[in-house]
Design a protein around this ligand. Structure first.
Ligand SMILES: [Mn+2]
Length: 321
């Protein structure tokens, strides 16, 4: 198993890097990738973040350099070594293996499930966010800029739901304390990350709460978002990001599952599962070819319509609950 020093040695061996993140990037994806980019620049390397999807607007305040995106199917820039952060499985990159000449050199992740798709792989499932790992790497490398600490905070605060979710550990608070000592502006950051919701996202949350179905004495909340609903309401993926955690916030709900029909693949639904205390979301999502964390996981289900998709998932929940 690699340690921080060994990872820095590996990073020392190449000169030009592209940092890959997962599709529909969240605060940990962009925060940890931006922090790693700053770290690599500190080491004298050339580095850029490369994202398949655009950043959600609420995160656009963060990067000091906006991520690269492939335009109109053109080839990716040549001569770079690929790294990935916060990506559990290769298919979440969006880019195909054929796109990524030479493959991924180093994978840094914190998901409990996933596969070692890179030449070198470092996964710490005890880290609340990939940003915790990059924070330690940065300390080891002597990075001390405010931009670096701000990116780390964004990663950690978002993946822990502002230090509320069960992945939050003593270590998480110790890092957060150190970041505050470094002078990051938590007032500005928390307002930008948690109190700057787009009206459409709030509307999607409201619609979700009103149309969710509850089972097993209210312990299970299920919701399907169809392409028809998306079009009618003009909702983008980023507007649907909070649905599963919003449903989990309801008293008595142990498990919330949201099925989102894929815009580019009608009849295929992305499963987003969240649990509060005990239900293992990786087991549920594992039954649908996915994975993640015990309290938050994802998968995919194919069905002829939303009703069928919901009943397939509900059946599996009843087996496992
Ligand atoms: Mn993460």
């Amino acid at each position: 198993m690699l340690n921080y020093k060994a990872i820095l040695d590996l990073l020392g061996e190449k000169d030009r890097y592209l940092i890959l993140i997962h599709r529909n990037p969240d605060g940990d994806a962009i925060g940890s990738a931006e922090a790693l980019r700053i770290l690599l620049t500190h080491l004298g390397k050339e580095a850029h973040v490369l994202s398949y999807d655009p950043l959600p607007r609420y995160l656009s305040f963060l990067p000091t350099e906006q991520p690269l995106q492939r335009r109109n199917g053109q080839d990716l820039p040549e001569g770079y070594t690929y790294l990935s952060v916060d990506v559990a499985e290769e298919k979440l990159l969006g880019f195909s293996p054929a796109d990524l000449a030479g493959g991924v050199y180093l994978k840094i992740d914190h998901h409990k499930t996933g596969n070692d798709f890179a030449t070198h792989n470092f996964t710490d499932p005890t880290a609340a966010a990939a940003g915790e790992i990059i924070y330690h790497l940065g300390r080891e490398a002597g990075v001390s800029t405010l931009d670096f600490f701000t990116a780390c905070y964004t990663a950690i605060a978002t993946d822990t739901g502002c230090f509320r979710y069960s992945n939050t550990t003593e270590e998480t608070f110790l890092i957060a304390s150190a970041l505050l000592k470094e002078g990051i502006d938590t007032k500005m950051l928390n307002a930008a990350l948690f109190e700057s919701k787009e009206p459409k996202l709030v509307r999607a949350n409201a619609l979700g709460i009103l149309s969710a179905r509850f089972y097993m004495d209210g312990q299970v909340a299920l919701l399907a978002v169809t392409n028809e609903l998306r079009q009618r309401e003009g909702l983008e993926n980023s507007h649907l990001a909070e649905l599963s955690s919003v449903l989990r916030e309801i008293a008595g709900v142990e498990l919330s599952v949201v099925l989102k029909e894929k815009e580019d693949l009608p009849g295929s639904y992305r499963i987003s599962a969240r649990s509060k205390h005990f239900f293992d979301c990786t087991a549920l999502c594992g039954a649908f070819g996915g994975g993640g964390h015990a309290r938050a996981a994802g998968g995919d289900v194919q069905a002829s319509d939303a009703e069928e998709a919901l009943s397939m998932v509900l059946e599996k929940i009843k087996e496992q609950f």
